[in-house]
Design a protein around this ligand. Structure first.
Ligand SMILES: [Zn+2]
Length: 440
């Protein structure tokens, strides 16, 4: 499974929403009622913290993630309002998602400005060696790097997260001063529809007016994953999602303008990864060939991330080098595999949480492990190099935001945090420096 489904939690472990409810029940977070039945929560002790001087800034930043959107969908006219925002602001035609091209790691890179070997979040789905189980990286404790959210909090600025997906809500946890408690959640997809998400974002602007708001709009990704017309090039359900989400973004920008916030604002719109479609005859499953091997049998666990497989050696350390060689050889021999890498020897910068070997599939293929029929039946996937290109542009009414500008530089998801930091005039970066670059 690509890990974009309805959550993969260990049996008996609380879900991210269980954790959120417990934070409210124990008084660690306070529920703030907004209009229309919306619920925001705030850290019980955070109100009033930080310097008054910083809190008086009128600058605002809104990071809108159009999950799974492809750059050609913006430039091709399927998102006319996003297109207008793109060409009238500063656009990056060669923008990239970073490995693993999955939702959780790229959202984490946006908010930390560092790569997964420093954040601890390399993929959606990993093998947890301590728990001896595959799980999603959806716990607030999984994210080990400082975020731009917390950096702004410490300066006394208000931050808000409006995240439509359960695992994003989980991994960012209680970091923002205000957090949307999403509802309703579609059980199978584990996400709240964009209509609700954008309403929550707008209500948060009206009620709490955060200096930084981080919003994930999940519909385009969700309808991409499940669109069985995708491999045929029709993408009927996805087109509908694109049109609706485009209108929601316009509604959000209109609100900022009507409230006089736009002239102080920087809006960053980007995707976390792109999307690729495959048919059932283009499925790679590494489990069976791995189990054929006498050395590897019973000692390899595979965390399937749709377009990428992470292979973990669970045998003795003394056998690791030989096992890596065998895993690489077997993976590279499978039809549909684009490449396989010794995780330690690449520039992927994934860190040890990503296992020993990382395999990527070709465009038009997907991984399905362990079962080639049932483990990943969905046609739309990402995580592999075919899904690197993303839309990425900056707009807003603040004078620091360039107008009608086009950069030839390669912007990446990891650039968001340093761009936000520069806009707010934050000096210095995380210890060890940013991995990303400010794009203002
Ligand atoms: Zn995503």
């Amino acid at each position: 499974m690509c890990g974009c489904g309805g959550g993969r939690h260990l049996p008996g472990e609380p879900t991210p929403y269980d954790v959120g409810r417990a934070e409210l029940a124990t008084g660690r977070r306070t529920l703030l009622k907004a209009g229309g039945g919306l619920a925001f929560s705030t850290a019980a002790l955070s109100a009033g913290a930080g310097s008054a001087e910083a809190a008086t800034t009128r600058k605002r930043v809104y990071v809108l993630v159009v999950d799974g959107c492809m750059p050609e969908e913006v430039s091709g006219g399927q998102l006319p309002n996003l297109f207008d925002l793109m060409v009238s602001g500063k656009r990056f035609a060669k923008a990239q998602s970073l490995p693993i091209m999955e939702t959780i790691p790229n959202h984490v890179m946006m908010m930390t400005g560092v790569r997964p070997d420093r954040s601890g979040v390399p993929a959606n789905s990993i093998y947890d060696r301590r728990a001896k189980a595959i799980r999603e990286l959806d716990r607030a404790s999984d994210l080990r790097a400082d975020t731009i959210i917390e950096r702004l909090n410490r300066r006394g600025l208000r931050t808000g997260t409006v995240l439509s997906k359960e695992y994003l809500y989980g991994v960012f946890g209680p970091r923002a001063t205000a957090r949307w408690e999403p509802a309703p959640i579609i059980p199978v997809s584990g996400h709240a529809p964009d209509e609700f998400t954008i309403n929550a974002a707008m209500a948060m602007v009206e009620d709490l007016d955060p200096h930084l708001m981080f919003v994930n709009l999940g519909d385009i990704d969700r309808y991409g994953h499940t669109d069985f017309t995708g491999p045929l090039g029709v993408k009927a359900a996805r087109r509908l999602a694109l049109a609706k989400t485009d209108l929601y973004v316009k509604r959000f920008v209109d609100l900022l303008k009507s409230r006089g916030l736009w002239k102080h604002s920087m809006l960053i719109v980007l995707a976390d990864h792109s999307m690729d479609w495959s048919t059932t005859n283009r499925v790679v499953s590494l489990t069976a060939p791995i189990e054929e091997d006498p050395v590897l049998r019973g000692k390899v666990v595979i965390a399937d991330n749709g377009g990428a497989d992470l292979l973990y050696w669970t045998g003795p350390d003394s056998g690791k080098e030989e096992a890596v060689r065998r895993m690489l050889r077997i993976a590279r021999n499978q039809p549909g595999v684009l490449s396989a890498h010794d995780r330690r020897k690449t520039s992927l910068r994934l860190g040890p949480g990503a296992g020993e070997v990382v395999a990527f599939c070709r465009a038009g293929w997907r991984f399905s492990d362990p079962d080639p029929r049932t483990s990943n039946p969905i046609p739309g996937n990402h995580g592999h190099p075919a899904t690197i290109p993303i839309p990425f542009f900056i707009n807003g009414g603040h004078p620091a935001v360039p107008r009608f500008a086009a950069s030839q530089l390669v912007a990446q998801t990891v650039d968001v945090a340093p761009t936000v930091a520069k806009f707010f005039g934050l000096r210095g970066g995380p210890r060890g420096g940013w991995d990303g670059t400010a794009r203002l």
